[in-house]
Design a protein around this ligand. Structure first.
Ligand SMILES: [Fe+2]
Ligand SMILES: [Fe+2]
Length: 327
């Protein structure tokens, strides 16, 4: 393996992750801003301050091409760590405050905690690329919690072929659990009596994702990826059972992704029964993009086994937050 190419791929990989996640982080701040009780001025202003700063950072990331110098990309990663680290603390504090009834909000405490955990995942990728200690698995709510996560960016999967089992575990299990939570929280948000069909549909997906999660626990335990012994045992290539599990994740997530896309279309055209739902269309679109992210990560793990390393090119995501109105 050419180390120079691998190092460069890791940096460009971090830039690619930032393109996806800085938008996600910006939206987390928007959700928090829109979710607190109108009397919670301080929390509203703090969430709004984060939204403005992260939005600005995201725009700079989007304007930075994959051909930018190492120094330029590294500076953006450091700035991202500086901005997003306190934002993660804000999310975690707000979740605890809502749960303890110290902060009044309509967003469930569990949803805000969910946002905070996703932020740990993103920060973990940046820390990996910066050579800083990555989060413990427990911080990502993964089994075998006292082990640190790998969290290589997706573009670097090809450089760690002997660890694809561990990467499938981290990306696959983490995001399957997040989608289980998405389905559970959306089941609370559809209108009682009017949209009960959607509520039932979401409860079905919650169950499906739970089943995939349980199957994953079994597969990864049997193939040694969930290992309570030793610290340095990340060398787990893909096994046929893990490949089957990945295909299961892709199948369920694709279905869920299409359901979310259809719901958002109904929300933005006000054709959903009663015209609206009790959650923002942006939340539906955000979840749909997080489903695309999981599908993409799983495809890249499968692709990393055989194909030659990709070039530094990656496709542009759709750039702006209003794009869901056009579809
Ligand atoms: Fe999110
Ligand atoms: Fe999420």
């Amino acid at each position: 393996m050419n180390d120079f190419l691998a190092e460069r791929r890791e940096l460009v990989g971090a830039l690619e992750e930032k393109r996806f996640f800085d938008r996600i982080m910006y939206e987390h701040a928007q959700f928090m801003r829109a979710g607190v009780d109108p009397t919670e001025e301080a929390a509203f202003r703090e969430a709004d301050r984060f939204a403005v700063v992260i939005r600005e950072l995201w725009e700079r990331v989007m304007a930075t091409p994959a051909t930018a110098s190492d120094e330029k990309i590294e500076a953006l990663i450091r700035e991202n760590l500086r901005v997003i680290t306190p934002f993660q603390e804000f999310e975690a504090d707000a979740a605890a405050a809502i749960a303890a009834c110290r902060l009044l909000a309509i967003t469930p405490a569990d949803l805000v905690r969910h946002l905070a955990v996703e932020t740990v995942f993103f920060l973990g990728i940046l820390k990996r690329v910066e050579g800083l200690p990555t989060p413990f698995r427990s911080e990502l709510e993964l089994p075998n919690g006292n082990k640190r996560a790998l969290l290589y960016p997706r573009l670097s999967f090809v450089d760690h072929r002997n660890m694809l089992g561990t990467l499938a575990f981290e990306y696959g299990m983490f995001w399957t659990q997040r989608h289980m939570e998405h389905a559970a929280v959306l089941a609370l948000f559809f209108r009682p009596g009017i949209q009960e069909e959607y509520t039932r549909l979401m409860l079905r997906y919650e169950k499906k994702f739970q089943e995939v999660l349980d199957l994953g626990k079994m597969v990864f335990a049997r193939d040694g990826v969930i290992d309570t012994r030793g610290e340095d045992r990340d060398h787990h290539p893909l096994t046929p059972a893990i490949v089957n599990w990945i295909n299961e994740v892709i199948a369920v997530t694709k279905e869920f992704r299409d359901v979310m896309a259809a719901i958002v279309r109904q929300q933005v055209s006000c054709t959903i029964p009663s015209g609206q739902a009790n959650f923002w269309p942006l939340l539906g679109d955000h979840i749909r993009r997080e489903a695309d992210y999981l599908i993409d990560a799983m495809h890249r793990i499968l692709a990393a086994t055989g194909q030659p390393p990709r070039s530094d090119h990656f496709p542009h995501p759709r750039p702006y937050e209003t794009d869901w109105r056009d579809r």
